[in-house]
Design a protein around this ligand. Structure first.
Ligand SMILES: O=C(O)CCC(=O)C(=O)O
Length: 206
């Protein structure tokens, strides 16, 4: 097991509040730095039991354009976009990251959803994390590893309010407040990206 000690340094905890109305969004570009981020990425890439699910779009069945895995501190399942996932028990590495993220967010997470975007052809369509089991105004902590990808946001009712953020290797994005109620987010395809990216979203499933 390697050491995530760089997390303790102050520079890693320096974040910025992003100027979004009807939301609280904080970005920590160097939450995991250099070697640590790369080692965590490699371990997750090779040791995670990735699953490939089918999704139904307008009555037709497609492969979901990414691989996923769910981990939980209890056995509560999580259902989104018609897919019900059953959690694996947290690994020591995921538990360590959960604790470090909790020290910033002050929220005790019980679930983490991992997404593997194998290359730029994998993506995540417009949605918000507003499933009933997440409760009102959920705090969602999103850790990015591997290839940098753009994260797009659009307000549900104010069509002028759009935002785009480059999620860097080792960065942490905290989504809080009424954000999931007012905003949709997505990760578009990109022909330029040939490398994989892993995203972890820590959540509280009630
Ligand atoms: O990959 C990302 O950064 C976004 C993931 C996401 O939106 C989700 O898992 O709900």
């Amino acid at each position: 097991m390697f050491d995530l000690s760089s997390l303790a340094s102050e520079s890693n905890l320096r974040g910025e509040k992003l100027p979004l109305k009807d939301a609280a969004l904080h970005y920590y570009p160097k939450f995991l730095e250099g070697v640590d981020a790369t080692e965590v990425f490699q371990q997750l890439l090779h040791k995670t039991p990735w699953q490939e699910d089918d999704i139904k779009v307008f009555g037709k069945i497609y492969k979901q354009p990414r691989l996923t895995a769910l981990y939980g501190t209890n056995s509560s399942s999580y259902t989104y976009s018609g897919i019900t996932m059953h959690p694996h028990p947290f690994s020591p590495l995921l538990l360590k990251m959960k604790r470090q993220i909790e020290s910033i967010s002050q929220v005790d997470f019980n679930t983490v959803l991992l997404n593997l975007y194998r290359d730029g052809q994998d993506s995540n369509g417009w949605h918000s994390d507003n499933e009933p089991e997440l409760g009102k105004n959920p705090v969602i902590a999103s850790l990015s590893l591997g290839a940098e990808r753009f994260f797009h946001l659009k307000h549900r009712t104010d069509k002028e309010s759009r935002f785009k953020l480059l999620l860097e290797h080792g960065s942490l994005l905290l989504m809080m407040g009424p954000m999931q109620h007012h905003w949709l987010h997505m990760l578009p395809k990109s022909n330029k990206i040939k490398e994989p990216r892993i995203n972890l979203t820590f959540r509280v499933i009630k």
